[in-house]
Design a protein around this ligand. Structure first.
Ligand code: NAD
Length: 260
């Protein structure tokens, strides 16, 4: 069988923030991109940006909490772009609230997206990789919050600890098929997610707007907030043959904030 020259990656939550940066970085690395998001607005623009870099792109609306939609996204990617080499389970949401206020509907919503969304992505990608008979990389969005519990972010942290567990278990279950599974663990990235975290922390604690963000950033050894491109650079490595011997790891890329 001839080795395909163009690799294909699917990124969930690709319409903005870290997902967008990963898509553009992988396009620069020579990937064609399948772009999935629950919100269609940003997707077309990211698709155009990928094409402007000379790569193919394909977009689809997909709610990662719905197993059938995730399987469909993988099927569509393979149909339109030919195959799948890298699955990036990036989509996620945050919630800011004291643990004692958590209600079943909130917990179920975040578990559905951050935990089950990653699980469905692992399943769909593994099925596709096995059908292609060889290799494949699964890369999940974890977090410093997957290594450390933070006040007011307890349920979010629980979902990211769970992503770390899934990453380890999937790596062990899928190694025999030549599939690797790893996670990236960003720190404080200046995306809409942190705008919302900061706004909610202000609401809950009485802090001024920007104060919680500044406090977190103030603890970063390298002295600045993380950019989506900082994360994308590491995901570029995880997606490359240089990472072929790495599996089951959830690695901090946080400018020096949480040390494990
Ligand atoms: N921003 C940070 O500081 C930070 C730190 C660590 C980890 N992360 C993780 O990185 C990932 C991306 O975060 P971000 O900062 O880019 O967030 P963001 O809110 O800017 O973007 C998230 C994207 O995911 C999409 N999305 C949300 N729910 C979805 C669903 N059910 N199905 C499909 N798409 C959905 C959104 O529409 C959005 O386009 C998340 O998993 C997040 O937990 C972010």
């Amino acid at each position: 069988m001839s080795t395909p020259t163009t690799r294909i990656a699917l990124v969930t939550g690709a319409g903005q923030g870290i997902g967008r940066a990963i898509a553009l970085r992988l396009a620069r690395d020579g990937f064609d991109l399948a772009l999935a998001d629950i919100k269609p607005e940003g997707l077309e623009q990211v698709a155009a940006e990928v094409q402007a870099l000379g790569r193919k792109s394909q977009v689809q609306r997909c709610d990662v909490s719905d197993r059938s939609q995730v399987f469909d996204a993988v099927a569509q990617a393979r149909e339109h772009l030919g195959r799948l080499d890298v699955m990036i389970n990036n989509a996620g949401i945050a919630q800011v609230a004291p643990l004692l206020d958590a209600r079943p509907e909130d917990v179920q919503r975040i578990l559905g997206i951050n935990l089950q969304g990653v699980l469905w992505g692992i399943q769909a990608a593994a099925e596709a990789f096995k059908a292609q008979q060889g290799g494949g990389k699964i890369i999940n969005a974890c977090s410093i919050a997957g290594h450390e519990g933070y006040p007011l972010l307890g349920i979010y942290c629980a979902t990211k600890f769970a992503v770390r567990a899934l990453t380890q278990a999937a790596a062990k279950e899928l190694a025999h098929a030549g599939i690797t599974v790893n996670s990236y663990c960003p720190g404080v990235v200046g995306t809409d997610m942190w705008v919302e975290i900061d706004r909610r922390m202000a609401e809950v604690t009485g802090a001024r707007l920007g104060e919680s963000y500044d406090r977190f950033v103030g603890n970063i050894a390298l002295g600045r907030a993380e950019t989506p491109d900082d994360v994308a650079a590491f995901v570029s490595y995880l997606s490359s043959p240089d990472a072929n011997y790495m599996t089951g790891q959830s690695v901090m890329i946080d400018g020096g904030l949480v040390y494990r």
